[in-house]
Design a protein around this ligand. Sequence first.
Ligand code: HEC
Length: 114
Amino acid sequence: MSQKLNASVTRVSDRPRNPDNKADSMQMQYIVAAKNALAQGKQPKPLMQQLEDQMVGYYPIVTNAMCLQCHGSNPGDISADTAAALDALYPLDQARGYGLDELRGIFVVSMDKE
Ligand code: HEC
C-alpha cells in the first residue's frame, strides 16, 4: 500500500533502540501529548496533521506484557540471551526499562495530498 499510495510508514520513539528511529521535533510534540494522556489514565488519540502538500498521521504504540521480553526491565523481564543479543546489535539501546501500558513509540504515516 505504501508504494501504491506513495506513502511512508515509520516507527519512531523518544527512546529508540535503533538510532535511526529517533523521533524528530514534530513527532516529539505528539509523543509528549500521548504520554500526558496515558499519565491521566486516558487512551491517547491518533492525530492527523495537514502540511502544505502532505497529510501526516500519528498513531500511539503502547506496551503490553509481550513487549517486556525485549523492552522491559533488564535483568528481570529480559532473558540473559536476549540481553546479550541486544547488547551486541544495539549498543546505543535506550528501549529497555518499560512497564505495562507505557508509550513505547508511534507510527507515523505520511501521504502526498491529492
Ligand atoms: C523479540 C524482541 C522484541 C519484542 C518482543 C518487541 N520488540 Fe520492539 N523492538 C525490538 C528490536 C530489536 C527493535 C529495533 C528494530 C530496528 O532495528 O528498527 C525494536 C524496535 C521497536 C520500536 C521502534 C523504535 C525503536 O526503539 O527503535 C517500537 C516502537 C517497538 N519496538 C515497540 C514494541 C512494542 C509495542 C512491542 C510489543 C507489542 C515490542 N516492540 C516487542 C525487539 C522487540
